[in-house]
Ligand binder design. Structure first.
Ligand SMILES: *[C@@H]1O[C@H](CO)[C@@H](O)[C@H](O)[C@H]1NC(C)=O
Ligand SMILES: *[C@@H]1O[C@H](CO)[C@@H](O)[C@H](O)[C@H]1NC(C)=O
Ligand SMILES: *[C@@H]1O[C@H](CO)[C@@H](O)[C@H](O)[C@H]1NC(C)=O
Ligand SMILES: *[C@@H]1O[C@H](CO)[C@@H](O)[C@H](O)[C@H]1NC(C)=O
Length: 384
């Protein structure tokens, strides 16, 4: 296997008395992956006027005919990237579900902090540990402490190969702090992280025993991918103090500021992750402080790739917030089931859920804990 261990750090997390103790370790891996990549062929952006015009063309009713920012031919490319990861496992070696490892992949606009939001009632990692499971989560390519690459190059096919390699590393049990070869592996994604998990399972149906796509729907007739792009800005212009080192030609983007607080005048972008009254403003602030830029290449390639794991035979679930603006045009009831049920016709079990009250950012919802309960009770019922 082609990966190098760069650095590791043990972090024993002190927890409140009511919570089971967990052992977490930060692991920095160097992975070398080859993927069939799209090539960005449109003029590069010089400023936010260019970005706005690009979005107008992209959202056109006839984008394939009038505007194709990706060149028709893909190229095979190999790259080496550092991926900053964390592995957490219950300290109790007898925890029942410890040998099931969840590989969690976050979506656009955030880094791996999305998987472990504080306070703890929003933390996916802490919920999993409480049920006795182990979790491996990481900063996707381009954010957090993982390698930063050009936003014109960063894309779904590269990240799919990275996720596939992480899955192999976990299955081999060969990484620091590992519990050895796990009994089972479950891929859990959020939004773009679900697209990564789905494409990984499409290209390698034996990759995992479970596949949970959150903040995701296959019923494209109601998706708002390009409305999502409205009000995009170059990250360097939105937050120079934080993102000025991201050269404007590398084009990382940001979805605007979501602040319904008196401190800021605008709540642009709020609808993309939150639905009133199902949020706490302190969590909105937290989300804004922890947001991360994303690549135009990520946005463009997600709609140009095979996301259908039709040969997947494990346990599958698709779950989105009932009021998900991006995936379901603000109402997932009755649309999330299809065509997902047909796509997962070969799965050992399948369930589609429109999770009551929540917007796209399910981990930010007031009842995020109930959302985690939906996932883990389903996995438990199905032997994972
Ligand atoms: C990329 O690699 C695949 C698999 O090895 C091969 O089938 C394909 O022809 C290659 N494409 C190019 C453009 O070289
Ligand atoms: C989306 O959901 C609607 C409502 O259930 C259904 O009529 C439609 O066929 C679904 N779209 C696809 C592509 O399955
Ligand atoms: C939270 O979600 C769970 C699972 O869906 C549900 O049983 C519970 O009633 C919800 N709690 C609240 C306060 O809505
Ligand atoms: C293992 O996880 C399942 C699903 O959440 C849960 O029902 C069960 O109680 C867990 N087992 C233990 C011993 O925590």
């Amino acid at each position: 296997m082609q990966f190098l261990l760069l650095t590791t750090a043990f972090v024993t997390v002190a927890v409140a008395h009511s919570l089971p103790a967990k052992l977490c370790q930060d692991i920095e891996l160097s992975v070398t992956v080859t993927s069939s990549n799209f090539v960005f062929g449109a003029p590069k952006f010089n400023n936010n006027f260019d970005v706005t015009d690009f979005v107008t063309d992209l959202a056109s009713r006839e984008p394939p005919k009038t505007f194709s920012p990706l060149l028709p031919d893909k190229v095979n490319q190999t790259g080496t990237y550092n991926i900053a990861s964390t592995f957490c496992t219950p300290q109790d070696i007898h925890a029942a579900n410890r040998s099931t490892v969840i590989l969690a992949t976050h979506g656009l606009n955030f880094d791996r902090t999305y998987i472990r939001i504080q306070p703890e009632k929003y933390s996916f990692v802490d919920y999993a540990i409480r049920q006795g499971y182990s979790v491996f989560y990481y900063d996707r390519l381009g954010v957090g402490s993982s390698s930063i690459v050009s936003g014109y190059i960063n894309q779904l096919p590269i990240q799919t190969e990275i996720a596939k390699q992480l899955a192999q590393i976990i299955k081999s049990g060969r990484y620091p702090g590992s519990i050895g070869k796990p009994k089972s592996l479950v891929l859990v994604g959020h939004s773009f992280g679900s697209a990564i998990s789905a494409t990984a399972a499409a290209s390698d149906p034996n990759i995992a025993d479970g596949l949970v796509l959150t903040g995701f729907s296959y019923n494209g007739s109601n998706s708002n991918y390009f409305i999502l792009a409205a009000q995009l800005q170059m990250a360097s212009s939105q937050n120079p103090a934080k993102w000025n080192q991201l050269d404007s030609t590398s084009m990382p983007m940001s979805m605007g500021e979501f602040f319904p607080t008196p401190k800021r005048s605008s709540a642009n972008g709020l609808e993309r992750f939150f639905k009133a009254p199902d949020y706490d403003v302190a969590v909105v602030e937290y989300a804004d402080q922890n947001k991360a830029p994303f690549a135009i290449g990520e946005l463009l390639t997600v709609t140009a790739t095979d996301l259908l794991p039709t040969a997947f035979k494990g346990v599958a679930m698709v779950i989105a917030g009932q009021y998900d603006f991006i995936e379901c045009q603000s109402q997932c009831d009755d649309v999330i089931e299809h065509p997902a049920t047909e796509i997962f016709a070969n799965a050992a079990a399948f369930k589609a859920v429109s999770y009551p009250g929540s917007g796209h950012g399910l981990n930010f919802a007031l009842n995020a804990t109930g959302f985690y309960e939906e996932i883990f009770s389903y996995l438990g019922e199905n032997g994972l």
